[in-house]
Design a protein around this ligand. Structure first.
Ligand SMILES: NC(=O)c1ccc[n+]([C@@H]2O[C@H](COP(=O)([O-])OP(=O)(O)OC[C@H]3O[C@@H](n4cnc5c(N)ncnc54)[C@H](OP(=O)(O)O)[C@@H]3O)[C@@H](O)[C@H]2O)c1
Length: 430
């Protein structure tokens, strides 16, 4: 059996589990890889920390770049993280030195993936990043291999487990965002600084990677429209339920349209609506497959290392594909057809003073912007406090509802920033 000699940089949640699996499940993994998988050296900041496996016969470095000095390392597994800095230097150095790279680093790939993939091709080595998207769901392999014969039109995903956990908990326990966020942090489902997750950045990294592979296009990260769940209120979740919808944070990418990460209302009986807790899901629509939905754990030591191991086996067995499924030179420049900008329905919630004439003022603004109302809820009566007005619209251009909301905000009767959320009546999103 040939040997694949591995250097692992980063022994945290994902790195330690990956190393442990290579050591404890070695016989099975080596048979599948058709090669002897051998960890030559590892790197982390703290040599004394217990990593849950023995470092005997493995060289330890606090400087990950030392791994590059090893002529006897064929594959660098980068599990440090960060868009640039030491992780990027290591990966660039490894590819330039003719070493294969496996990484879970979605931030780095979303921002530098195309140049790194080109570097891998020039040096005739592989760059693989299955673990960067949706953890235990083989989301990239499904696209590059199982769906390779399809023209994919749409990728829609629940791509951030933290946000999905928060929204699911808010729905089931009718609790406020801040309370559920605190609980998620105490249970380890959210970071101490949750910004990357709750502001939609993490989901956007994954969507940018997936959509580039799906459409064979260079999707620049900067082209994504990103909103997170920071503004979500339990009031909206409750109205969504009353209207027959479920509120999710979705990554949505259509071929030739700008991709976005946004909260969305989807019918409560759609498959994605039942994906709860920290689970992720990815839905692909294309020809000839029609639609294909994959659900699974999106993060954590086990699911993420599962994806890293699959990439290591592909590298060892020579099955590793081009990073984006095709050579980088064949990726098209992103083409956004503006005439294709979405026409869709919207949920609009206003907090207004309970005074005569307010409803007719709001209705007039909607009419002035050609916004036709599909349904309306006016709940509660209050002498001195606000009441909520909730509308759903028929399909309209995003610019129209945004313009209407700007005018509404100037009214003395509108007390808070209106909440606008797109509605998708089918999860095929065609
Ligand atoms: N955690 C997940 O569920 C998950 C899911 C999908 C993708 N990912 C991605 O996987 C990667 C790793 O994530 P993680 O959660 O495993 O991170 P983590 O637990 O924070 O581990 C990071 C590791 O990198 C080491 N490290 C950090 N800076 C270093 C430096 N300057 N020099 C040497 N070592 C350094 C740390 O060393 P010490 O241990 O000594 O501090 C630690 O072992 C990231 O790109 C992340 O986005 C993670």
């Amino acid at each position: 059996m040939s040997e694949l000699r591995i250097g692992i940089a980063g022994l945290g949640v994902v790195g330690a589990e990956t190393a442990k699996q290579i050591i404890t499940a070695q016989t099975m993994l080596c048979k599948r890889a058709g090669a002897d998988l051998k960890i030559v050296a590892v790197s982390a900041r703290d040599k004394e920390k217990d990593r849950g496996f023995s470092l005997q016969n493995i060289i330890f470095y606090t400087d990950p770049l030392k791994l590059l000095e090893h002529d006897d390392i064929d594959l660098i597994v980068e599990l440090i993280g960060g868009e640039q800095g030491i992780a990027l230097s290591l990966v660039e150095g490894a590819l330039n030195a003719g070493k294969h790279v496996v990484t879970a680093n979605k931030a780095m790939i979303a921002h530098h993936g195309f140049s790194l993939a080109a570097l891998a091709e020039v040096n005739n080595v592989s760059l693989q990043f299955e673990a960067a998207v949706a953890g235990g769901i083989p989301a990239i392999k499904i696209l590059r291999e199982g769906l390779a014969g399809n023209a994919i039109q749409t990728v829609v995903g629940i791509l951030n487990g933290t946000c999905n956990y928060i929204l699911s908990e808010m729905t089931s326990s009718k609790s406020a965002f801040q309370d559920v966020l605190k609980e998620a942090q105490s249970k380890g489902f959210a970071e101490a600084d949750p910004s990357f997750d709750i502001d939609g950045i993490d989901a956007a990294h994954k969507l940018a990677i997936l959509s580039a592979i799906a459409f064979g296009q260079k999707i620049p990260f900067s082209s994504l429209a990103i909103t997170g769940i920071r503004q979500v209120s339990d009031v909206d979740i409750s109205y969504a339920g009353e209207l027959g919808y479920c509120l999710k944070l979705l990554g949505i990418a259509h071929r030739d349209k700008a991709a976005e990460v946004s909260m969305a209302l989807i019918p409560a009986d759609e498959q994605l609506a039942s994906v709860n807790g920290s689970l992720n899901a990815v839905s692909y629509s294309g020809t000839p497959v029609q639609s294909c939905v994959c659900i699974g754990p999106g993060a954590g030591a086990g699911p993420t290392s599962s994806a890293v191991l699959a990439d290591i086996i592909d590298v060892a067995s020579g099955l590793a594909n081009f990073a984006y499924g095709i050579p980088v030179e064949f990726l098209a420049e992103q083409k956004i057809e503006h005439h294709k900008s979405s026409q869709q329905s919207y949920y609009l919630r206003l907090s207004v003073t309970d005074k005569p004439g307010v409803l007719s003022e709001i209705s007039a603004i909607l009419k002035d912007h050609d916004l036709s109302v599909a349904s309306m809820i006016q709940n509660g009566q209050s002498e001195d406090g606000p009441v909520f007005l909730v509308f759903t619209t028929h399909k309209c251009a995003k610019a129209e509802i945004e313009a209407a909301v700007q005018i509404m905000q100037k009214s003395e009767h509108v007390l808070d920033t209106p909440m606008v959320i797109p509605i998708f009546d089918t999860c095929s999103f065609g």
